[in-house]
Design a protein around this ligand. Sequence first.
Ligand code: BDP
Length: 725
Amino acid sequence: MKWALLALCAAMVLTPARADDGYQLWLRYAPLDKAASARAGDIGSEVVTASRSPTAKITAEELTRGLSGLLAKKVASGDAIRSNGAVLFGTPKDSPSIAGLALPLERVGSDGFVIKSAVVKGKRVTVIAGNTDVGALHGAFAFLRLVQTGAALDALDVVEAPKVKLRMIDHWDNLDRTMERGFSGFSIFNWWELPGHVDPQLVDYARAEASLGINGIVLTNPSGLTTAVSLTEPWLKKAAALADLFRPYGIKIYLSARFSCPQELGGLKTGDPLDPQVRAWWKAKADEIYRIIPDFGGFLVKANSEGQPGPQDFGRSHADGANMMAEALAPHGGIVIWRAFVYSPKPEDRVKQAYNEFKPFDGQFADNVVIQVKNGPLDFQPREPFSPLFGGLEKTPAGIELQITKEYLGFEIHLVYLGTLWQEVLQSDTYAKGSGSTVAHAIDGSLFHNKLSLIAGASNVGTARNWSGSIFDQANWNAYGRLAWNPDADARAIAEDWVRMTFTSDPAFVKPVIDMMMQSRETAVDTMTPLGLAHQMATGHHYGPGPWIDNVGRPDWNPTYYNGADKSGIGFDRTPTGSNAVAQYHAPLAAIFADPNKTPEPLLLWFHHLPWDHKMVSGRTLWDELALHYARGVENVKAMQATWARMKPYVDAERWQITADFLAMQYDSAVEWRDASIAYFQSLSGRPLPHGVPAPAHDLDWYKAKRLPFAPGNPGKTASPFRED
Ligand code: BDP
């Protein structure tokens, strides 16, 4: 009875105002088509469990909701198997029936699960088992995914455990609810109302994260100027209310910690990590936090980067800083996630700075420290080589940080599926221990046998009714979670599941839409930064083109610094004749990247400055090839528009329209990128345009004068003493 009431309340809260606004994400549970429904037969006739924990209640609720929707009939839950087709879930501890099946649970750890078709008490059942209730919850979501995607359900034998231990979502949310680089409204965390009131929409948020197996959420922006406040008692109590909400979903909460807290909050004269008073301050703070949030996950720290305080302010190293915090958290089982996104204004090639600052301290970090490294050595560009810290840090766990929010990939406007970008980096070979030493295996801990392993995604979730700002950005959230669970997963397979769950399994829709998603990232690269160019976006907002932008006289990192374009050619020389960043990679990559004839063309201008007439694999000149890439960017957006126009009959009007509107904006943006970039680079190369590339609609001065009307400041950007990038 109590359960039924709970389910009813949940249904009232969860039912979207309009059916097709994207609110339900990939958890729509729309009725299966006839064929899939026939295949399901009587599977899903009822939901059965012997477990009584809050997590088990959530699991029962999700299964009944999901199966009722998918099978278009009322599916009930109870504690005894009554019919063939029952779905029995739980742990061997609570359920003698599950214990009696001798499932291979020793292989799934605390978060994984087994899904198995079996006969229990004479009835055909589907068993979903975990060693913990959270494992079973993950299994329930996996089972629902199988049903939703039309899989055969009669002989299931699934054994899964996540490969990465800490599967994190990082919110770059400020306490005033603005979001750094957020393009989906405001923060979903309403700090003002906490802890008294917890927005029930957060239940749906927790469901969505749990459906992906996410087990850690950083609530606050590591760059925010307000994060010191977030470690004071009133704010910790607010965070505790969120921890209570997320706990039954298997999700711990973490907070960003500002290195200057002892000075800002404690009134100390210094934040020196070797100072005994400072160390005592952090210990006392950790004790206080764990009194308020007993299962607190730990700290995320951005130190000595972009003007943030850090141990170097006191002549100490990243290891000194991280270890001090680690020592305070260790007695409580907390961890320190220390970001390697560090750079400061100095003449050194910016992409070398993180490696230079961390490699010398490899092996000197405490056991409960993970270094969180962005996928590329620069900053979430449409394409970068992988960061050499993967494979470079051999004695310190290096986790990977991905950006789900599309700061440099067209915000929520451009349709860009990031699964392919992430797969490209995860499958890159670091050669740290010979060939096959992929980034995926470096970060999942298997390459260097790390105890801790971590993957983090900077969230794209906000108050937008569709959560992510655009429907297709939901795919990036989804793909991130799937890759966090299994970094070796295939981006196309993930996209296919997502399309089926989010829209329909009609083959006339599924194939063209997946094809569109799969090429969309390359289109973003062609549009903005072809052939290994990087950071060509307009300074500040990072949306439109600005390849000419140059802050003369500063050791700065603006587009002209990165493209290195002049009359002689284009590109950044990172070979031994230039910054020698190639030396940060293991053999044979260092030599491959040092040779323009061996460097893969998609990364050519990242590593080399080459003459405009440099001969490319196609036989064309570099100039011609560059111009053709920009033109291809526009053509491919046009092709996406045509595909989407054909999809209209298969999609509800609202989700179709927002996507069509955004594609039209993306088209205009791609034209601007093509014309502005070509106008600028042609002013340097002096070469004619190759056949098939239209002349820019305006002259260069027109593009230079045109500023996108983002004012004042930029969307989602916090004020900071060091914000010019
Ligand atoms: C850059 C963003 C900046 C972030 C920074 C970071 O432009 O807003 O604060 O990354 O990761 O990409 O800390």
